[in-house]
Design a binder for this molecule. Structure first.
Ligand code: SF4
Length: 720
């Protein structure tokens, strides 16, 4: 796109300087070093000043996620993106946890206590007699109070047996004890000893029982839950019996046996939600070191909530590791481990969307099964070059820390339990963006980019130093974008080096080669993301394969129809030619016999034959599919092979820069396609769409197994 200086300056955020190509010899020398770097990661630091990913600013959509206003216990609090943010949110949630239902339960407990008291007083005949005597002492001599007690209406309640009275007294005292507990505690927080920053926040939790444990936190929490839920179960048991008693529906023959074996397993979800949440705050490392007891706790189905905080900036396997080692390591994924238990409510997120974190944590606390909330939180002392909230967003975009929601209680169908839709561009492998840059001659160029895990790592200048800058003089078609590299078959990668875009302090763009160890970790992250997509029903393998097969079938059908149409057309032309020849011969004979005048044209067998329109129309009717998908009239005029109207090319570099494998300049510095087989049909269509001179014609696909062909052919139509 050609533009004026002003517009270029206003629209383009980046400057992309291009130098004249280096000599063949220099280029070969540079590429030798580059290939060595790719394999070993070794290079002399050639970066001028600190550089970082050019893609981070593309995530900034102007929305400010922080400070986040939180309403808790009636009071508003402000959450900033800092290490203690999750603890603040947790505190607020514990205060608000089922506040209304707990309040209404307390009211019910109070009225049950009053009802039981009343029941017990009514049956206490001597006491009632004494009370009546006190009220009517002026007529002590005249009234038979014991008879009068019998006359007082007693509703449905009858005089109770000693067993019933004892039962009523027991449940009355259980209800009174339980009510006290409800007023005293909002939750139980178990802290792994050593979690210093959490310990510092202890004063935040006013009505929460805090327990620090040195041993195995999972075993300790399991025991603690069993202990605490015992008194709560006794309360619910008393509550249920009290209701039955007051309604006079307690049937000893049925209910004695039932309540004798009443454990927390019998609590309904509503009742379980009245129980104070038990939250375990633990480090990721501790969880991995105690996987067996973590798994036992999850399998126990106890509704314990585990909050795990991740402070790692990058994935573990790729830190200071050779690519051979890295390629044999996969990051352990807490969310995947939890999901493998099937019954565990699982939420994982970076802190980019505080509202999503708030809702995820809320649902963890509400879960009546075990739950786990895994959050990636920046450390306060982390020095960053950019806004922490934007980095949190990059954690999501780069698939380093995707948002995962698995709710086993939602539906019984497996796929319906997942929600990945709140991730950035959830259907894509990597989110796609466009870098808007201006070249040194003020030409505006739009560069398609993908936000990979390598782009996330390169946000940190100390990591970006591990990359090798490729000066534009050494660009060749072997330097390819990292996402394309990750997408290609091994056989197409010989000699290729992947790159990502970096930016320096002057906003100048640089292509930076990525070493193999980075490629391996990108593959690992992509692998995890695709695993999640598959679980969540996004881009599932089966669906993709079916689609590919459908595309193949359709392309085959189109080709067959087209071939048949060409044959039939050829036959019509041949028969018309024969007919014309016969007519010409007849005419010639007539002339010879009758001396009739005729011109040469009339007898020439090479006279152009006008295609019989009716016949073609019939063909169209006989081929309804072809008529809809590729109208025969168009097919006849389309060049099937991709080509460039080179004389129209404005030398804007767009196609040359993006698809150097496909497009080259001729002697007049105008683009042409060297070999369409060197790229994909998608690349040709994209190039045609971006070409400001509209002089690229993608033709028809060469590779019929390329994905999404039906859509691409449609997109290509207007350029052919
Ligand atoms: S053919 Fe390529 S270089 Fe020429 S105008 Fe189109 S996009 Fe630009």
């Amino acid at each position: 796109m050609q533009s004026t200086d002003n517009i270029t300056q206003a629209n383009s955020s980046f400057l992309w300087e291009r130098n004249a190509p280096a000599s063949e010899e220099e280029t070969q020398l540079f590429w030798k070093k580059l290939r060595h770097f790719y394999r070993t990661g070794e290079h002399s630091n050639d970066q001028e000043g600190p550089m970082s990913s050019a893609l981070l600013s593309l995530l900034d959509n102007g929305e400010q996620a922080y400070p986040f206003m939180l309403g808790g216990d009636g009071a508003q609090s402000v959450i900033e993106l800092e290490e203690k943010a999750p603890v603040h949110i947790l505190n607020s949630l514990l205060k608000a946890h089922h506040k209304e239902s707990r309040k209404s339960f307390k009211t019910q407990l109070s009225s049950l206590i009053a009802g039981l008291n009343q029941l017990l007083q009514i049956v206490d005949k001597p006491k009632k007699v004494e009370e009546l005597k006190g009220n009517f002492d002026f007529a002590n001599e005249l009234i038979a109070f014991d008879k009068m007690v019998d006359l007082i209406p007693q509703g449905a309640t009858e005089m109770l047996s000693a067993e019933r009275t004892a039962r009523l007294k027991t449940i009355l005292s259980s209800l009174q004890e339980g009510l006290k507990l409800f007023n005293e505690q909002e939750g139980i927080l178990v802290l792994e000893k050593g979690l210093k920053f959490a310990a510092k926040q202890k004063s935040l939790f006013e009505k929460v029982l805090i327990i620090e444990t040195e041993n195995n936190v999972f075993e300790d929490t399991q025991k603690l839950f069993a202990q605490q839920v015992k008194s709560f179960t006794a309360l619910i048991k008393a509550y249920r019996i009290a209701k039955l008693e007051i309604d006079d529906e307690y049937n000893e023959a049925i209910h004695d046996e039932y309540f004798e074996h009443f454990t927390w397993y019998r609590l309904s979800p509503d009742e379980l939600n009245l129980f104070q949440p038990v939250v375990l705050l633990v480090r990721q490392q501790h969880l991995f070191e105690n996987l067996d007891s973590f798994s036992r706790l999850m399998a126990s189905n106890q509704p314990v909530n585990i909050l795990v905080l991740n402070h790692e900036l990058i994935s573990t396997p790729d830190n200071q590791m050779s690519w051979e080692d890295a390629s044999h390591q996969f990051r352990q994924e807490i969310a995947a481990l939890a999901i493998a238990h099937r019954n565990v409510y699982t939420f994982q997120s970076s802190m980019d969307k505080p509202l999503a974190v708030y809702e995820g944590l809320t649902n963890c606390l509400k879960s009546t099964a075990p739950s786990i909330c895994h959050l990636s939180v920046p450390k306060d002392e982390t020095e960053t070059v950019a806004d922490k909230a934007l980095i949190a967003k990059a954690e999501n975009a780069s698939r380093y820390f995707p948002r995962v929601l698995y709710n086993p209680a939602k539906v019984s169908d497996w796929g319906g339990r997942f929600d990945l839709t709140d991730n950035i561009q959830p259907l894509e492998k990597w989110p796609a963006y466009t870098l808007d840059a201006a070249t040194s001659d003020h030409t505006e160029v739009m560069i398609d980019v993908a936000f990979t895990y390598a782009d996330y790592k390169a946000i940190y200048p100390e990591k970006a130093k591990e990359l090798m800058i490729v000066p534009s003089a050494y660009y060749t078609e072997h330097l390819i974008p990292l996402n394309d590299y990750l997408d290609s078959d091994q056989t197409n990668l010989y000699g290729k080096i992947p790159y990502i875009w970096l930016i320096d302090k002057d906003h100048k763009l640089h292509r930076a080669a990525v070493p193999n160890v980075w490629v391996v970790s990108c593959q690992e992250r992509l692998n995890y993301w695709q695993f999640l997509q598959e679980l969540g029903g996004l881009n599932g393998y089966k669906a993709q394969t079916d689609l590919k097969e459908k595309n193949l079938e359709m392309t085959k059908k189109i080709e067959e129809e087209r071939a048949q149409m060409n044959t039939e057309r050829q036959q019509i032309i041949e028969s018309a030619q024969k007919e014309a020849m016969a007519q010409a011969a007849e005419k010639l004979i007539a002339v010879l016999l009758d001396d009739e005048e005729l011109t040469l044209d009339e007898v020439s067998p090479t006279k152009p034959i006008v295609e019989p329109k009716v016949a073609v129309a019939q063909q169209e009717e006989q081929a309804p599919i072809d008529k809809k998908e590729t109208p025969p009239a168009t097919v006849a005029s389309i060049s099937e092979k991709a080509w460039v109207e080179s004389e129209e090319c404005t030398t804007c570099n767009e196609c040359i820069d993006k698809y150097p494998n496909l497009f080259k300049y001729n002697g007049e510095q105008q683009a042409y396609i060297e070999d369409p087989a060197k790229g994909t049909f998608e690349e040709l269509v994209k190039a045609a769409e971006k070409c400001p001179a509209a002089c690229i014609h993608p033709g028809m696909p060469l590779n019929t197994s390329e994905p999404n062909l039906d859509k691409l052919v449609k997109r290509a139509e207007k350029f052919n």
